[in-house]
Design a binder for this molecule. Structure first.
Ligand code: E4P
Length: 217
């Protein structure tokens, strides 16, 4: 399973990248706003900076909702860097635009996916990634990880090549459960990635080893 970080914060992106296990980055308009990135040029420059830090796919989301405008915006985003993946919402014009991007060699990430039916449409449109939002599904008292399993099963039976990118991750346990459910990628906040490191027995065991090492030093 590939590890993406889900943020537009350059410090966090660098920290995750330095771990050596980072495969890419996802952003969205809310994450960009959180970092205070304002205006077209600033947004484009920010994507470029992220691409220069991480050697992997970087999702940049369109904010247009009409076919022609999505295509024009996506073309500009894709021109920033070869690693840009154009993130397109699961709406009617979005599906049409994703098919256009696929036919024209531009890779896409279909975002705001909450059902298996939407995931089938994203695959049919040739999206490189489909992003089911598992945390938001859990927030509504449904089972987000179960959706990952269902999509994985459907894609396997049907031979769809679209990669399942589990998004809206809320915890380290979500990452583990998504790996178990067959996600190809998990995009997570930095604290959920770092949380995978933690186990009290590791800390206790290391303290004991270091203590004992002093005896034979
Ligand atoms: C990433 O591609 C998604 O935009 C993101 O994971 C959504 O996360 P949220 O539900 O925490 O906003």
């Amino acid at each position: 399973m590939k590890f993406f970080i889900d943020t537009a914060n350059l410090g966090q992106i660098k920290e995750a990248n330095e771990l050596g296990i980072l495969d890419g980055v996802t952003t969205n308009p809310s994450l960009m706003a959180k970092e205070g990135i304002k205006g077209h040029d600033a947004v484009m420059n920010h994507y470029k900076t992220i691409c220069e830090i991480v050697n992997g796919d970087v999702s940049a989301e369109v904010i247009s909702t009409e076919f022609k405008a999505i295509v024009e915006e996506g073309k500009k985003l894709a021109a920033i860097h070869p690693n840009i993946i154009v993130k397109v919402p699961m709406i009617k014009d979005g599906v049409k635009a994703m098919k256009w991007f696929t036919d024209n060699g531009i890779k896409t990430n279909c975002t705001l996916v909450f059902s298996a039916g939407q995931a089938i449409l994203a695959a049919k449109a040739g999206a490189k990634y489909v992003s089911p939002f598992i945390g938001r599904i859990d927030d509504g008292n449904w089972d987000g990880v179960e959706l990952i399993s269902q999509i994985a099963q459907i894609y396997s039976i049907q031979g769809f090549k679209t990669e399942i990118l589990a998004a809206s991750i809320r915890s380290s346990l979500h990452i583990v459960k998504c790996a178990e459910a067959g996600a190809d990628v998990c995009t997570s906040p930095l604290d959920s990635i770092l949380g995978l490191l933690k186990h009290p027995l590791t800390d206790i065991g290391l303290a004991k080893f270091l203590e004992d090492a002093k005896k034979s030093a």
